[in-house]
Write a protein that binds this ligand. Structure first.
Ligand code: GLN
Length: 537
C-alpha cells in the first residue's frame, strides 16, 4: 500500500518546501522507493498558466500539457522522472470539478459544502497518484499554516490520515527559526505558534524541519520537542545551503529519510545510491572553465521567471565542468540608441528567452543581429527562436516588414504566424499548444550533434509558429530547418549554416534538463561558448 507524506509550511512563505520535498523524494528514490511529489496550490486560478511571471514566476509545462507551478520543475530535476496533470492541483481545479459535478446532477438533492464535498475532492486527488503505482507520495501543501485558503487542505489531510490509518501517513512541518542578532539567539516562538495552529486543525506534525541561518543546538531541539510534542530526533535542522542541490545530502546527514521511514514502520537496509548526484556536485563545485552568458529577457529582475533556464545552465555547466555566469540583460535596455557592442562584448554567448507580447522585441532582435554577425554562440528559445527568424528576414533577406503576427497583426510578411488550430481559440486558460510533441532532427545538423539521435520529444507552450511559406527562401539563404514535427510538418528547430553555433528552438528544452540528465542542447551551447571564449582569447 502507498505511503503518504505531507509537507506543510509555517511562519513565512518561501522557506523552500519544494526543495525539501524534492530532497526527501530523492533520498527515498535512492533507497529504492518509487517516489513522487504532488503540489496543492491554494489559489483560485485553475492553473498558473494565466498568471504573469511577476505573480508566480515561471509556468512549468509537463509532458501531458499541464501548465503548473515551478516547483514541479524541481521535482523533475531532482527525481529524473516526469510529472503530470495529477501532480499539481489548485483550489480552482478542485472547485471546478465539484461545481461541474453539481451541474451534472451528481449531488442531486444535496447541499454542496466545503466539508465533505470539497474535502472529498481533495482526498480523491491525493489518492490518485497512489493508484498510478507510486509507493511514496509526498504532498506539498502550498501556502502557510494559518492562511484562510489553506484550511480545506488541512481538514482534508486530517480526514485522510484517519481514512487510511495514521501508520501510513507522515506529516512534516517546515518552519523558520529566525535569528535575532540583538539577542544573539535563534527564536523558537514563531514555530511553537505555528504548530499550535496546526494542532487547532487537528494535525500533530511528526517531524519539524527548521530552516535556519545558524546551527540548531541540541538545547533548541529539546525545547522545540517539548513544546511541539515531538521526539528531539524528529526536530531536523535545515541550514541555508550554497546550492539547492546540496539539500538532499544535508537532509541525508540529518537523517530526514530515516525519520520518515521509522514513522512508517519501514526498515530500509539499503544505503541510498547517490553516486551520480555526488558526481554532479563534484563537477558543479570544481569547475575548470568559466563562461559568461547573456540571458536576454523581459523579467530579468525576477530569476524565478526563468527558473528552468537557470537550472539547465547549472546542469549543462556541470557536464562541461564549467561555471556558467548568467548575465541578465533587459531586452528593453538594448532597444534603440544604446551601444549594444559595449553591453555584449564581454559575453561568450547569448540566450534569448521565451516570452509573450511586444515589449522588448526590438532589443531581442538587435542582440540576435549582433550574435549572428559576430559569430557569437546564440541559443533562442520559443519567442527567442521566432525573433531569430524575424531578424534574418529583415536584415539578411531585406524583407523590412517581416514580423510575427503576435507583434504586428497586419504585416504583409507574417514570417511567424498564428498556428492554424489556434485561429478559432478565444479563451485563454490551457489553450496554447501545450506539452510534448515529437520532432525529427536532420542529419549533419548542430542539433543532431547534440542530441545524437533522430527522434526526440520536447515540450511546447506557444500559439505562433514559423510560417513554412518562407522556408525555401530562408534555406536558400543560409537559415535551415533542422527539426521538423513529423505529424504537422512544423518547423521546430532552425540553424544558421555559416555560424559556429546558432540554434533556435520552438520548444522549451529547459523543461527537460535534469541533474542526472542535462539537456543536450544546453550542454552543446555551453561547450560552444567555451570554444568561443578560448578562440577570442
Ligand atoms: N509568444 C510566442 C507564442 O505564443 C512565444 C511563446 C513562448 O516563448 N513560450 O508563440
Amino acid at each position: 500500500m502507498a505511503k503518504y507524506i505531507f509537507v506543510t509550511g509555517g511562519v513565512t512563505s518561501s522557506l523552500g518546501k519544494g526543495i525539501i520535498s524534492a530532497s526527501l523524494a530523492k533520498l527515498l528514490q535512492a533507497r529504492g522507493f518509487n517516489a513522487t511529489i504532488q503540489k496543492f496550490d491554494p489559489y483560485i486560478n485553475v492553473d498558473p498558466g494565466t498568471l504573469n511571471p511577476y505573480e508566480h514566476g515561471e509556468c512549468y509545462v509537463t509532458d501531458d500539457g499541464a501548465e503548473t507551478d515551478l516547483d514541479l520543475g524541481h521535482y523533475e530535476r531532482f527525481l529524473n522522472k516526469p510529472t503530470s496533470q495529477a501532480n499539481n492541483i489548485t483550489t480552482g481545479k478542485i472547485y471546478q470539478t465539484v461545481i461541474n459535478k453539481e451541474r451534472a446532477g451528481d449531488y442531486l438533492g444535496k447541499t454542496v459544502q466545503v466539508i465533505p464535498h470539497i474535502t472529498d475532492e481533495i482526498k480523491r486527488r491525493i489518492s490518485l497518484l497512489g493508484e498510478l503505482g507510486f509507493d511514496m507520495i509526498i504532498t506539498e501543501l502550498g501556502g502557510t499554516v494559518g492562511d484562510i485558503e489553506s484550511l480545506p487542505y488541512l481538514e482534508a489531510l486530517r480526514q485522510f490520515r484517519m481514512d487510511i490509518g495514521p501508520e501510513n501517513v507522515v506529516t512534516i512541518h517546515l518552519t523558520l527559526l529566525p535569528y535575532l542578532s540583538a539577542a544573539k539567539e535563534l527564536k523558537t516562538k514563531p514555530t511553537q505558534h505555528s504548530v499550535k495552529e496546526l494542532l487547532e486543525a487537528g494535525i500533530q506534525p511528526d517531524i519539524l524541519v527548521c530552516r535556519t541561518e545558524r546551527p540548531v543546538t541540541e538545547e533548541i531541539k529539546a525545547k522545540l520537542a517539548l513544546f511541539c510534542n515531538l521526539k528531539p530526533e524528529n526536530v531536523i535542522e535545515a541550514l541555508d545551503a550554497d546550492t539547492i542541490y546540496d539539500v538532499p545530502l544535508l537532509m541525508l546527514k540529518e537523517r530526514l529519510d530515516i525519520r520518515v521511514l521509522e514513522k512508517l514502520g519501514i526498515h530500509s537496509k539499503i544505503e541510498p545510491d547517490l553516486k551520480n548526484w555526488k558526481k554532479f556536485l563534484g563537477h558543479l563545485k570544481n569547475p575548470s572553465e568559466s563562461v559568461k552568458i547573456g540571458l536576454i529577457g523581459k523579467y530579468n529582475e525576477l530569476p524565478d521567471a526563468y527558473k528552468s533556464i537557470h537550472e539547465a545552465f547549472v546542469h549543462g555547466g556541470a557536464a562541461n565542468e564549467c561555471k556558467v555566469e548568467v548575465v541578465p540583460i533587459h531586452a528593453e535596455d538594448i532597444e534603440e540608441e544604446t551601444d549594444i557592442r559595449k553591453l555584449l562584448k564581454e559575453l561568450d554567448g547569448i540566450l534569448v528567452a521565451p516570452g509573450f507580447g511586444e515589449r522588448g522585441i526590438n532589443g531581442k532582435i538587435r542582440a540576435i543581429e549582433f550574435a549572428r554577425t559576430k559569430n557569437l554562440p546564440f541559443f533562442g528559445i520559443c519567442l527567442g527562436m521566432q525573433c531569430a527568424v524575424v531578424e534574418f528576414c529583415r536584415n539578411v533577406l531585406k524583407i523590412k516588414d517581416a514580423s510575427s503576427t503576435e507583434v504586428n497583426p497586419t504585416t504583409k510578411n507574417p514570417v511567424i504566424d498564428l498556428m492554424e488550430d489556434q485561429r478559432k481559440v478565444k479563451s485563454k486558460g490551457g489553450t496554447m499548444r501545450l506539452g510534448a510533441y515529437p520532432c525529427v532532427v536532420k542529419e549533419k545538423s548542430l542539433a543532431r550533434k547534440c542530441y545524437k539521435t533522430e527522434f526526440i520529444s520536447e515540450r511546447h507552450r506557444h500559439r505562433y509558429e514559423f510560417n513554412n511559406k518562407y522556408l525555401d527562401l530562408l534555406q536558400k539563404n543560409g537559415m535551415i530547418a533542422t527539426g521538423i514535427n513529423p505529424d504537422q510538418d512544423l518547423t521546430e528547430i532552425i540553424e544558421l549554416k555559416d555560424h559556429p553555433w546558432f540554434v533556435g528552438v520552438q520548444f522549451h528544452p529547459e523543461l527537460k534538463s535534469r541533474v542526472e540528465l542535462p539537456h543536450p542542447l544546453f550542454v552543446g551551447f555551453i561547450k560552444a561558448c567555451i570554444q568561443y571564449k578560448t578562440s577570442r582569447n
